[in-house]
Design a protein around this ligand. Sequence first.
Ligand SMILES: [Zn+2]
Length: 109
Amino acid sequence: MRIISLIFIAFITAALASSCVNRIRDSKGDVINECPVHHISFESIAVETVYGMPRRDSSASYEVSKAEFPYARTRSLRGCMVGPFSRFNKYDRVRACLDCNRAKEEYSE
Ligand SMILES: [Zn+2]
């Protein structure tokens, strides 16, 4: 019984790690593996986890963000569902275009 439980947990972990959460989709809903603006593959990076309703982290308008750095990810927004262990979750791994992150950072300076 214990081995079956371990196999089940390993299966669920593998399924979550490769789930649609890590996939990036374009505006049509198709899964994409590279940034259409910078033509480089998305990288898995660690970003700050943010709970609640944070302020915008960039002064760029929606149009500028969408045109110049559409796949920038500098933080992981977790919303208002804060659990008892949320304070231990300081960082999340997300997929992002590193050139989009650089462009967003340069725009904000
Ligand atoms: Zn990009």
